[in-house]
Ligand binder design. Structure first.
Ligand code: PLP
Length: 228
């Protein structure tokens, strides 16, 4: 068995252990394999081990790998910062986008989503305090953006995503993820249907699962380090 397969199996074990520890059902937590900077061959190796959902941060990598692996049953999730001039390629290639953080981008993705494809599945990226990147809508502006996304016919609002500042402290990690959980609960109170909390990466997925993650985004723990 190749190393990628072993790591994917180990990751399912880690997810299951965390789910049991925090009273979650393992089947409620999906694994997104983050394949940024990895070649299409690495994605193909993971596909052969039953991994179907892959996350990409850069539009050129998304389109190159989607072309190389066309008709292989991959579900592509775009998880990187979105520039206005790159929305068309995302709308035409990805099934999911986790990083919608402003109205203009949401409208462009909606307008550019081909009629021949199902609606684009959308998570709104939220800038919970201390977020490692500057991306993400402020919590105060989230309800208005959610309202906009929910009203666009070619987008389907599925949930929220965040990238907290890295921390080695479990309780600090948990507090950050709790904010995203609370933001989702607030939107549900406002009448939205959100089934997805995209949070947790290689180094903090246990804390994310403790706070209700339904999808963890894992790169290095599956594909190895991206350095070089
Ligand atoms: C790179 C990346 C990941 C994966 O991070 P790892 O630490 O390699 O698991 C997850 N989410 C986003 C948005 C990323 O950019």
């Amino acid at each position: 068995m190749n190393q990628i397969c072993e790591r994917i199996q180990a990751m399912h074990g880690r997810i299951q252990t965390a789910a049991e520890r925090f009273g979650r059902r393992p089947e409620d937590i999906r694994l997104l394999a983050v394949s940024k900077t990895q070649p299409a061959e690495a994605v193909a190796a993971a596909l052969a081990c039953g991994q179907q959902a892959f996350g990409e941060n850069y539009v050129s990598e998304l389109t190159d790998k989607a072309r190389a692996l066309a008709d292989r049953g991959v579900t592509w999730h775009f998880i990187g910062p979105i520039q206005g001039n790159k929305t068309r390629a995302i709308a035409e290639t990805a099934q999911w986008v986790h990083s919608v953080d402003r109205e203009r981008i949401a409208r462009r993705l909606n307008d550019q989503r081909p009629e021949s494809l199902p609606p684009l599945q959308v998570c709104i990226q939220v800038n919970i305090s201390g977020e490692a990147t500057k991306s993400g809508v402020d919590e105060a502006a989230l309800p208005a953006l959610a309202e906009t996304v929910a009203g666009l016919p070619r987008l389907r609002l599925r949930g929220l995503m965040a990238i907290p500042a890295p921390s080695d402290d479990f309780d600090t990690q948990r507090r950050a993820f709790a904010r995203l959980r609370e933001a989702r609960e607030d939107l549900i109170r406002r009448g939205h249907t959100l089934d997805t909390l995209s949070m947790g990466m290689s180094d903090d997925l246990e804390a994310a699962i403790a706070e209700g993650a339904t999808l963890v985004r894992v790169g290095t723990a599956i594909f190895g380090s991206r350095s070089g």
